[in-house]
Design a protein around this ligand. Structure first.
Ligand code: 5AD
Ligand code: SF4
Length: 452
């Protein structure tokens, strides 16, 4: 009875995450902050005393989507108010950094908004709101302190966890908002990363995915103040007992050093899968994008990776319809795709981001042409993906089962190549790496059974 009364008074939080893996990581860290303040998670905005939208600004009409979702949230807030319940609404992430002036105008009911680099200040902000509700608190500073030093331990990482080791970007690709929303590159010190990784493993994690907008430009300081690169960090992390799998994302081609490529040969724990965005196969377009590599440089890196580990599977991001992209440029992208043979990839129509150089470039490509090119590219990419998945049928792979699947007695897991896999399996295999024989394959999912 007493327990129930206590539970009733516990404040609940709901976080909705838009966008990339870094945002998923940030949401996990925000959840840990809120739990350290005594909040409990709920998956329904209707029951939440605190709702946070963690926003993305990288493509399309992301900001518009956030504002329209906020409109719906405001209706929930008003109906809760009629029941005498207060709701605090917070916005976090890149939309805040890019649209800070719009927030108070378009969504005045938002209580606070912080950019992606200042969410560690949420406890102070909530305290300010407790004292005086009514005004939108906006914090879009690029702070002098690193937020990572202020975040509580993630006690429920799950069996696969993200770990941010680097943030921000100095590359300034001409289409991209990240250097403006996430700021200049920052690398966390080596020992901080090792400590967080050990804590994740102590809390049950078997697979760590190192995150950064430009993760392979990592240059964190070691105990002696010496700068260390990602290859060094991967070697150190692979020594952690109990940690079974390592991944890192997202990488920039020009920062693929030989030492890092050698990790794909030498480190057993490093999964044979790499997301290495090229964006376009045309050197003209790459130049206009301000990428620091040509298609030839990229293909050389791919060759070296395939030599280091012939089993490696590659993935990429592509943008079609960048300003000035001709049919010939687009064909060069198709050619590159055929040469590399990606096992999966993401492809997007170029979208103009205010404040970036490409937004005001001449020769913007017509929407219709972008749509046609995207369809052609995706047909090719999807056919490669399906081919790869089907080539796995009959093979046995170690699968990490991370959750229950859809359907009775089904478990969901991931292969070393990040493929989704469903298998009918006893629950005792949950949170374990199990050898699975692949029995069927579609575009997005594999099926398998326990290897007898
Ligand atoms: N338009 C389309 N795609 C973009 N990306 C980044 N900015 C834009 C934009 N303005 C894509 C790139 C990047 C991925 C995360 O999003 O392909 O690698
Ligand atoms: Fe954006 Fe380019 Fe930096 Fe990637 S490397 S975050 S696309 S500026």
């Amino acid at each position: 009875m007493i327990k129930n009364n206590c539970e009733k008074s516990v404040k609940q939080y709901y976080i909705k995450t838009f966008g990339c893996q870094m945002n998923v990581y940030d949401s996990q860290r925000i959840a840990a902050i809120l739990e350290s303040l005594g909040y409990q998670a709920t998956d329904r905005a209707e029951t939440a005393d605190l709702v946070i939208f963690n926003t993305c600004h990288i493509r399309e009409k992301a900001a518009e989507k956030v504002f329209s979702d906020l409109g719906r949230l405001n209706l929930i807030r008003e109906s809760r108010l009629q029941e005498g319940k207060d709701t605090i609404i917070g916005l976090v992430g890149c939309v805040v950094q890019a649209e800070d002036e719009q927030i108070a105008k378009r969504a005045p009911f938002v209580d606070f908004a912080t950019g992606p680099l200042t969410y560690h200040r949420i406890p102070e902000i909530l305290e300010k709101i407790r004292r005086k509700k009514g005004q939108t608190i906006i914090d879009t500073e690029f702070p002098a302190e690193a937020k990572f030093d202020f975040l509580p331990e993630n006690k429920h990482p799950g069996v696969c966890a993200f770990l941010a080791i680097q943030e921000g970007c100095n590359n300034f690709c001409t289409y991209c908002v990240v250097p403006y929303t996430r700021g200049a590159e920052y690398s966390r010190p080596v020992e901080d990363v090792i400590t967080e990784a050990k804590s994740l493993v102590d809390n049950g994690c078997l697979e760590i995915n190192l995150l950064g907008q430009n993760v392979n430009s990592y240059h964190g300081e070691d105990k002696q103040g010496k700068e260390r690169d990602l290859a060094y960090l991967l070697h150190r992390l692979s020594e952690i007992d109990g940690l079974e799998r390592l991944r890192y994302t997202t990488s920039y081609p020009a920062d693929m050093t030989d030492d890092l490529i050698a990790c794909h040969r030498d480190l057993k724990k490093l999964m044979p899968y790499l997301h290495l965005p090229v964006q376009s196969g045309s050197d003209n377009v790459l130049k206009a994008m301000n990428r620091r590599h040509t298609s030839g440089d990229y293909l050389k890196i791919i060759d070296k990776l395939k030599t280091a580990n012939p089993e490696i599977g590659l993935s990429s991001d592509f943008i079609v319809g960048f300003p000035g992209e001709t049919d010939t440029d687009f064909k060069a992208t198709l050619e590159l795709v055929k040469k590399v043979g990606y096992i999966q990839a993401f492809s997007f129509k170029y979208s103009r981001r205010a404040g970036t150089p490409a937004a005001i470039m001449p020769n913007q490509v017509a929407e219709k042409v972008k749509t046609e090119r995207l369809e052609i590219l995706q047909d090719l990419l999807f056919s490669h993906q399906l081919q790869f998945n089907q080539s796995c049928v009959g093979k046995t792979m170690p699968v990490l089962f991370e959750s229950e699947g859809k359907g009775k007695n089904m478990l969901f897991g991931r292969t070393p190549y990040m493929q989704n896999l469903n298998a009918k399996l006893d629950k005792k295999y949950l949170n374990k790496i199990v050898n699975i024989e692949i029995t069927a394959a579609g575009m997005n999912t594999l099926s398998g059974q326990l290897k007898g």
